[in-house]
Write a protein that binds this ligand. Structure first.
Ligand SMILES: [Zn+2]
Length: 126
């Protein structure tokens, strides 16, 4: 289950940013996850709970924003949401599609308990 690797990566970023900002306890973490990542939100949450135990994020709430998959047709440049991996342009039925959204995986923001300041620009290189 690749959720473990994802959460391990997220935890490293959270702990680094918490240290940088003098945060002692993280209240909630908001992550953006593209549908192409095939992440099971429920599994990600329980995995996060396990990893966060005993860290600055112990008991923190993991908020998952699922991002739709979007494509752009190379033939007619139409942009559209791709439902259920159906890679076909709704305008010209072209199958030459560039995926322009849906592979996201990063921390959007997190909220600290003590300072109350949310980090609006955390590392997105996860
Ligand atoms: Zn098209």
């Amino acid at each position: 289950m690749h959720e473990t690797a994802i959460v391990a990566g997220l935890m490293r970023i959270i702990e680094r940013h918490a240290a940088q900002h003098g945060v002692r306890h993280v209240k909630s973490v908001r992550v953006k996850v593209g549908r192409l990542r095939a992440v099971e939100p429920q599994q990600l949450c329980s995995c996060f709970e396990m990893f966060a135990e005993g860290t600055v994020a112990d008991g923190a709430q993991l908020i998952i924003d699922v991002v739709d998959v979007r494509g752009r047709c190379r033939t007619c440049a139409t942009e559209f949401v791709i439902p259920r991996y159906h890679f076909e342009c709704p305008h010209c039925a072209g199958k030459d599609i560039d995926v322009i959204q849906g592979q996201e995986l990063y921390i959007e923001s997190f909220e600290a308990n003590d300072s109350g300041a949310a980090d609006e620009n955390p590392d997105r290189s996860a």
